[in-house]
Write a protein that binds this ligand. Structure first.
Ligand code: G3H
Ligand code: 13P
Ligand code: ZN
Length: 284
């Protein structure tokens, strides 16, 4: 199949009341782990690359790998820019054939975030590409911020309504207490806020920082409108654990296939568990 847009897969997810996994990729083994698992589970899937991933692997490599994988697959596949922070980055991704871009203007004040997101959305939509916006700040677990500060960073439901109406985004990333990276304790999510956002915004919502969030919280977020769920850290950790294990068991090993093969298998298990949890298995 050729690549499909984020809007298409999320519309289906909305109809079916499930979420689609958005898995970050940086290299060939991760692309293969995501694609093989999604195909085995008959699940629509989103492969996303951050600006850091594009810098590391090269935009042309990421694009070529995902397009080749999608062409050989029989499930809907979206190629998405994760946390794009400039108009130029979004345009480069459009030119290379991404079917969805995120513009993360969360560091700006509301009016500025709206203006910058709208600029990307106007061009992307004219080219048939979907756009994800972000309102509120989804920080990192390492960010040293107080509880009061944390609260101020969460998405305001009234502003969400205004943001969506003004930008026309296809999906909205919300800050409800999740954070990027490994959690120190159990994350506490503001479900009342999520419900209030959902009341005002009839749009697929995106949950970032979903690695390490307990299954029950994920299910509840899906019941309140989370339709795209981002996972990176859990995959990275499975990769690193497997590589360490191989080299610990056999320090003399030097064949990349024997080191990265088990890492791919470990990543597949994480991805399979998430796809089943999100309810997207069997939906393609
Ligand atoms: O949202 C963050 C993702 O996990 C990507 O992280 O910028 O290190 O590639 P990265
Ligand atoms: P985690 O690394 O916490 O899973 O977050 C992924 C993410 O939100 C990518 O945008
Ligand atoms: Zn994110």
């Amino acid at each position: 199949m050729s690549l499909v847009t984020l809007k298409e897969v999320l519309q289906e997810a909305e109809r079916g009341g499930y979420a689609v996994g958005a898995f970050n990729t940086n290299n060939m083994e991760i692309v293969q782990a995501i694609m093989e698992t999604a195909e085995e589970e008959r699940a629509p899937v989103i492969l996303q690359a951050s600006q850091g991933a594009l810098k590391y692997a090269g935009l042309h490599y990421i694009t070529a790998m995902v397009k080749a994988a999608a062409a050989a697959a029989s499930i809907p596949v979206v190629l998405h820019l994760d946390h794009g922070t400039s108009f130029e980055q979004a345009m480069l991704c459009l030119r290379h054939g991404f079917t969805s871009v995120m513009f993360d203007g969360s560091r700006y004040a509301l009016a500025d975030n709206i203006a910058r997101t709208l600029r990307v959305a106007e061009v992307a939509h004219a080219m048939g590409v979907s756009v994800e916006g972000e309102l509120g700040k989804i920080g990192g677990t390492e960010d040293d911020i107080s509880v009061a500060e944390k609260d101020a960073f969460l998405t305001d439901p009234t502003e969400a309504e205004q943001f969506v109406a003004a930008t026309g985004v296809d999906a909205l990333a919300v800050a409800i207490g999740t954070a990027h990276g490994p959690y120190k304790g159990e994350p506490s999510l503001d479900f009342e806020r999520l419900a209030a956002i959902r009341d005002r915004v009839q749009l697929p919502l995106v949950l970032h920082g979903a690695s390490g969030v307990p299954a029950e919280s994920i299910r509840r977020a899906i019941s309140l409108g989370a339709r795209k769920i981002n996972i990176d850290t859990d995959i990275r950790q499975a990769f690193a654990r497997a590589v360490k294990q191989v080299l610990q068991n056999n320090p003399a090993e030097y064949d990349p296939r024997k080191i990265l093969g088990p890492a791919k298998a470990a990543m597949k298990e994480v991805i399979r568990e998430k796809i089943r949890l999100f309810g997207s298995a069997g939906k393609a």
